[in-house]
Design a protein around this ligand. Structure first.
Ligand code: SAM
Ligand code: SF4
Length: 477
């Protein structure tokens, strides 16, 4: 699996393996927790839930695993190379453990189910293995390990949404935060392990989502990203005992409006949309509210209808193009990003050309691009032969990456000369003389610091030039 620099936003490569630190810790028990996270935004959000559960039990955090009492690695199984990375990391933890007897090492998240017997029983690399729906059980499992037994809970749930757990914010900039609105996935894309590792789709109570977003706003946050594998299928049915006049289900469009109503100064983003489910109603909600950002991540995966059918994506090329037309019609300046897989089972050169041509049709602002990697247990692994040679997959990927580079640059160049409302997220990575933040369309903008504005403020910036990934400008006074 090749990942490219184009894949920085969703699957932020610079955050992979990041050790997380709590903000606002409670009274300590003296026990220190270290969590390292891999994978998608959802996994990073899950680490915040885990930290919250253990914070309640008096843990504090450390950024150095060598001084930790409990070391967790929150895993991702989307990519094949992730497994090797986790094993190598566990070996390093093993030697730290020799020097610090009593240290507990655990694997959390998407790899838990698949690797539980390997890591726990065969290789004895870990003391505890916990799946994504069992984090409430962590204090109990840690206690079991303290008593000398290895502990495991990888049960998936149909109900768990952690709705009542207010996640502590980890490594936060104090301005932007993720809010999970649903868990699991009921789509059965043939290449994907998510339905197996994260279980059935369930939506979280909208009131708990609004409450969490409101609390974030009160604490100074100015942007929330609503997270789910397929946000367009978000659906909440009022409970029997709820005092609601209108018993209509809360759809994603409705949820967006509820969060947007918190305050015009709170920006709303969301990820991921599914082409088969994104409705005009959602597009009109985005168009109607200035604080719902004009940015949609709409993974295409392939531009060829036969491959899309083999992938079980349940839309074809024409359907996808119609959805793009609808976005451009209803939200004319909307930025669009995508995910692409090259070299899926039996993909011909002509079919690969269809992916390149759909990219030309859409002119994506960003893309996250991957060579197909067969994942055990998926429908594709059972039904199809992974028959495209690795070098062909990679060559196709290089072509897709080259095209996306040109489109990303073109889309940024179109924004040069315009004024952008930017939410200041912090200082630029390169210099503390520059601020950085994103515009409505999710483009990163860098501009000189002006002491009249602080992190968390909105500011109008005129874009004067751009690199391949960033707009560069100055504050428009
Ligand atoms: N739920 C989202 C969706 O439907 O697009 C994304 C889920 S997945 C975490 C993110 C991306 O990883 C997918 O959109 C796909 O492009 C890529 N991916 C998933 N499984 C893959 C595989 N077996 N090989 C290559 N890429 C894969
Ligand atoms: Fe995987 Fe498809 Fe679900 Fe996305 S929608 S998580 S690609 S099964």
């Amino acid at each position: 699996m090749i990942e490219t620099e184009m894949s920085l936003k969703e699957h932020d490569e610079s955050r992979q393996g990041e050790a997380v630190m709590l903000s606002g810790e409670k009274e300590e028990t003296g026990r220190k927790l270290y969590i390292e996270s891999y994978g998608c935004q959802m996994n990073f959000a899950d680490s915040e839930i885990v930290a919250s559960i253990l914070l309640d039990k008096g843990f504090s955090t450390t950024a150095d695993y060598k001084e930790a009492d409990v070391v967790f690695i929150n895993t991702c199984s989307i990519r094949e190379n992730a497994e090797q990375r986790v094993r190598n990391r566990l070996k390093e933890f093993e030697s730290a453990k020799l020097k610090r007897p009593g240290m507990i090492v655990g694997v959390l998240g998407c790899m838990a189910e698949r690797l539980k017997s390997k890591f726990l029983e065969e290789e004895k690399l870990v003391d505890v293995v916990v799946g994504p729906d069992a984090y409430r059980d962590l204090p109990n499992l840690i206690e079991k390990v303290d008593d000398g037994t290895r502990a495991v809970n990888v049960l998936l749930s149909r109900e768990e949404t952690y709705a009542d757990i207010n996640p502590v914010r980890l490594n936060t900039n104090g301005v932007t935060a993720f809010v999970s609105i649903m868990r699991g996935c009921d789509n059965m894309c043939s290449f994907c392990v998510v339905p197996f590792t994260r279980g059935r789709e369930r939506s979280r109570d909208p009131h708990s989502i609004v409450k969490e977003a409101q609390e974030l706003f009160n604490a100074g946050y100015r942007e929330v990203t609503l997270l789910g594998q397929n946000v367009d299928s978000y659906k909440w049915l009022p409970q029997e005992d709820e005092l609601v006049r209108d018993r209509a289900p809360v759809t994603f469009a409705k949820l967006l409006e509820m969060v947007a109503a918190i305050d015009p100064l709170l920006r709303i983003r969301f990820s991921t949309s599914h082409p088969k489910d994104i409705t005009d109603e959602v597009l009109y909600s985005i168009a109607k509210h200035e604080n719902i950002c004009n940015y949609i991540h709409l993974p295409v995966q392939s531009g060829n209808s036969r491959i899309l059918e083999l992938m079980n994506r349940t839309y074809d090329r024409a359907w996808y193009m119609e959805r793009i037309d609808a976005i451009k019609r209803i939200i004319p300046d909307c930025a669009i990003s995508t995910d692409v897989i090259t070299g899926f089972c039996s993909e011909t050169e002509e079919e690969h050309q269809d992916t390149l041509s759909i990219m030309d049709y859409v002119q994506y602002d960003y893309a996250y691009m991957f060579a197909y990697s067969e994942r055990p247990g998926t429908l594709a692994a059972k039904r199809y032969t992974d028959d495209i040679p690795e070098e062909v997959k990679k060559r196709r990927l290089t072509e897709v990456v080259g095209k996306q580079r040109a489109h990303s640059l073109f889309r940024l160049q179109q924004q040069v000369g315009k004024i952008h409302k930017v939410l200041i997220e912090g200082f630029s990575k390169r210099s503390d003389k520059d601020y950085c933040g994103r515009n409505d369309q999710n483009a990163m903008v860098v501009f000189p610091v002006n002491s009249r504005y602080k992190v968390g403020d909105y500011v109008n910036v005129i874009a004067e030039t751009c690199t391949s990934a960033t707009l560069i400008g100055k504050i428009d006074e």
